[in-house]
Design a protein around this ligand. Structure first.
Ligand SMILES: [Ca+2]
Length: 474
């Protein structure tokens, strides 16, 4: 009996260390996580939308070496809620963190949440983070951390006639070597080169291509103005959207219109491409360092953007909407011994899935409260059956679900949108009142959390709704 028990435990140990079909060794895996801000997926999936050439060759190369999730969506299309939900594992509709202006300390679920990084640290990993990683909520968990700073603006700002605050662009006067994202990459490169006596989890986050778009001339030169393609805009697009959807872009419309009226659409897109190329170069240097480090064979590499970005589409010049441009996010991963090279997955996944996926891949117990689900089955077999859907939230009643074919968004009962991506990738035709789609609308509405189940918004500086109601009653 004793021998049989020994035999069983030996089998268990072997099964834990090696997945029989792939030879994947989860106990020994390092993690290199790279993240960019405001980077939309067109740079990779559809570079022809903005340019006729590859915009991000290093990210493209990483994508070719693993799996790219073309239908990956952020849980919320702003930095603070997107990053808070990814790193904490708590969905915005439970934490109440839907916006950058959030009183995060008031969120009950976040008080007891353990960050992804701390979970790895607690499991014996060396954790290091460089650059822009969290924004707002942070349950730190880094052995070494150097946060990001914004680059100093050129002395001549504003450069553009239409500039409004950080919405400006031009050539940076700082040498590339002194730019903050360059230095974050340098730190990650140095960390990869160090001797490690335990598995590592290294994170490098670039602030760019967040506005303002100030990068060296050479990146602008890569995209001559006459070769820049601007996205197609449809002036009739707004005729069929609900008033609350229109309201989201009301304040933002002014800047977009000023860019278009000043004839600067190409110039602005060029600046976004140039900044993206700069970001790609920095992450590319980190990826090259991994190649040279000797750790490539046992390091999971993941690249994400925290959400997307509109470049004039839907009259928007930012993120912060529940449409495709703002919610579709970059997400690619390479898992040695598990993922095949050059896979492009159409399965709808959420950035909320990163936490459960990484702990699963590394054999670490997932904290019970963590939302999302491990993508390991798709990583092992991209053809595997997957309940394909991803949710994005903008406040305590606005929620959107994306499936491989549809996007359904509810702003309130009676103010909804349905887009059929099989024939309308620009989301121009709201099909919600088309009887042909009645059953789809019903099914997708039933999958969204009802408004009464969504956590109240924790708006910074505002009284809680309970307190406000009490005051009103008095
Ligand atoms: Ca429309």
């Amino acid at each position: 009996m004793k021998q049989f028990t020994k035999f069983l435990s030996a089998i268990t140990v072997l099964a834990t260390i090696f997945s029989a079909s792939t030879g994947y060794a989860k106990e020994k895996m390092n993690v290199l996580l790279l993240i960019a801000d405001d980077l939309n997926t067109w740079a990779l999936d559809n570079p022809g939308r903005y340019s006729s050439k590859i915009i991000a060759p290093n990210l493209d190369k990483l994508g070719q070496s693993g799996i790219v999730f073309q239908n990956a969506y952020c849980a919320s299309p702003y930095c603070v809620p997107s990053r808070t939900s990814m790193w904490s594992g708590v969905s915005p509709h439970k934490s109440g963190v839907y916006h950058n202006q959030t009183k995060i300390a008031a969120s009950e679920p976040l008080k007891s949440a353990v960050s992804l990084f701390k979970t790895f640290k607690n499991a014996g990993y060396y954790t290091a983070g460089y650059g822009k990683i969290s924004h707002g909520w942070m349950d730190d968990g880094f052995d070494e951390k150097v946060s990001h700073k914004r680059d100093p603006r050129p002395a001549c700002v504003p450069v553009q006639s239409v500039a409004r605050g950080e919405q400006d662009w031009g050539i940076i006067t700082l040498p590339e070597s002194e730019m903050n994202d360059t230095q974050s990459a340098n730190r990650a490169i140095a960390a990869l080169g160090n001797k490690h006596d335990k598995p590592f989890f290294i994170v490098c986050g670039t602030f760019n291509p967040h506005m303002a778009w100030f990068v060296p001339q050479k990146y602008y030169d890569m995209f001559p103005l006459d070769e820049v393609i601007v996205p197609e805009l449809n002036p009739k697009d707004f005729a069929d959207i609900p008033p609350l959807a229109d309201e989201i872009v009301t304040g933002k419309r002014k800047f977009t219109q000023s860019v278009l009226q000043a004839g600067l659409h190409k110039s602005a897109v060029q600046a976004y491409l140039a900044t993206t190329a700069y970001v790609d170069a920095q992450h590319g240097r980190v990826l090259d360092a991994l190649e040279k480090s000797g750790h490539k064979g046992n390091t999971i590499v993941i690249f994400i953007s925290d959400h997307g970005f509109h470049l004039g589409e839907k009259d928007n010049w930012q993120k912060g909407t529940l449409w495709e441009e703002a919610t579709n996010s970059m997400f690619m991963i390479r898992v040695p011994g598990m993922t095949k090279a050059g896979v492009k997955s159409k399965s709808c996944v959420s950035l909320q899935d990163i936490y459960p996926t990484l702990v699963d891949l590394c054999g670490i117990e997932k904290p019970a409260y963590v939302d999302g689900k491990s993508l390991t089955p798709i990583l092992q077999n991209p053809e595997s059956k997957w309940e394909s859907s991803a949710f994005s939230y903008l406040n305590n009643q606005y929620a959107s679900i994306r499936t491989e074919r549809f996007r359904y968004t509810r702003y309130k009962q009676g103010q909804t949108e349905l887009y059929d991506h099989s024939k309308d990738p620009n989301e121009w035709t709201n099909q919600v009142n088309n009887p042909e789609y009645a059953s789809v609308v019903k099914e997708l509405e039933a999958r969204l959390p009802t408004i009464d189940k969504m956590a109240p918004q924790l708006v910074r500086g505002a009284r809680s709704s309970k307190a406000t109601k009490k005051k009103r009653r008095k």
